[in-house]
Design a protein around this ligand. Structure first.
Ligand SMILES: [Fe+2]
Length: 353
């Protein structure tokens, strides 16, 4: 170890202003040991960079698997989260590390702050690229302070005043893991086959629980649309309204098609448009698998969802994963999502409570 412990280079990717990139400048700096020592000596600076930028990418270090990933993030944050009440199906890899999402590759994952529909969402998130996708499959990120500042003020105050109502329906332990509109079962969500555990955990989160046919459960709750940052107090857009709304997958896929001009994207966009039209025609609002409304029960219109999505796509920052990349995100400042892909891709995730 030389005395150049602070020499790791900070930059931005060529064409985008987010994330801040931290990379090694020579062979010695690439090693896991060097990075761990660098983090321990520069923790305060790292913290203030994250507060300001919202996302930091560690690139070019010799990190290979979930154990290296866990090592580095435990050097950054002493305490990591283990409970996951989010909606992506995930597989556990180590005590703190999970696969980011087991959703099939063509599923779109709209921009969201992790678990923003819960009372107390995670403060920080970490992603790790174990296998980089050859094409597409990026994890776009967006500065949520910009969404707050750029949304139409009338629409923003409507959300701030009314909050967001979340309506979700989950199948029971006997159903299959994936279905077209549902992303996981309630036993996966609550890590238990026991309805009493579902009720207990739901009570803690303020979810209204309604058991339905075939062991399915309906969860309804209201949550804020905007949150101030726990340290800086800066307000940011912080909800899943455009992630869970019935019109979102279709609208998102047409945006994706602009970027991924493939037959598959076009076919899925068309299919989603037809299925969404049919679903809205035949399924009553309160029976939808997942949907959002304003907190007073009034609808969030397709026009309003489109407005939100447009501001997201304008501010979204998209970069290609490289094997060994580690992305550090302030979950109160920056959102993330996933673009569809084909072929091998393995992205891992961990978070703080
Ligand atoms: Fe997520």
């Amino acid at each position: 170890m030389t005395n150049s412990i602070s020499s790791i280079y900070k930059s931005k990717l060529d064409d985008i202003d987010l994330p801040l990139v931290i990379q090694a400048r020579d062979q010695e700096e690439k090693s896991l040991e060097y990075l761990l020592q660098w983090i321990s000596k520069n923790r305060n600076e790292l913290e203030s960079d994250l507060l300001e930028q919202g996302a930091i990418l560690f690139r070019g270090f010799d990190l290979n698997d979930e154990w290296d990933f866990e090592n580095v993030i435990l050097a950054i944050e002493k305490e990591l989260g283990e409970t996951y009440l989010g909606t992506s199906p995930r597989d556990k890899k180590t005590k703190y590390v999970h696969t980011a999402s087991e959703l099939p590759p063509h599923y779109p994952i709209m921009q969201h702050a992790e678990m923003s529909f819960l009372k107390s969402p995670p403060k920080k998130l970490f992603f790790f690229c174990k296998i980089a996708p050859e094409n597409n499959g990026e994890t776009p990120i967006t500065d949520l302070r910009k969404i707050y500042n750029q949304l139409d003020p009338k629409l923003l105050s409507k959300f701030e005043n009314k909050q967001v109502k979340y309506l979700r329906r989950y199948d029971g332990p006997n159903a299959s893991r994936f279905s077209l509109w549902k992303t996981k079962r309630w036993d996966e969500m609550f890590s238990s086959n026991d309805p009493k555990v579902v009720e207990e955990k739901s009570k803690q989160q303020g979810f209204q629980v309604d058991w339905q046919e075939n062991q399915s459960v309906r969860l309804v709750h209201n949550m804020v649309a905007v949150r101030p940052h726990p340290i800086t107090g800066v307000k940011a857009w912080h909800n899943h309204s455009q992630t869970f709304h019935v019109d979102s997958p279709k609208l998102e896929y047409w945006k994706i098609f602009q970027r991924q001009k493939t037959i598959r994207s076009f076919a899925i966009a068309i299919l989603l448009s037809i299925l969404t039209f049919w679903k809205k025609l035949t399924v009553p609002i309160d029976k939808l698998d997942v949907h959002t409304m304003f907190g007073d029960g009034s609808p969030i219109s397709k026009v309003e969802i489109t407005q939100i999505m447009n501001v997201f796509w304008k501010n979204m920052r998209i970069f290609r994963w490289q094997k060994g990349d580690l992305l550090y995100i302030d979950n109160f400042t920056v959102s993330h999502g996933r673009l569809p892909f084909k072929g091998p891709r393995e992205i891992l995730v961990a978070w703080t409570d």
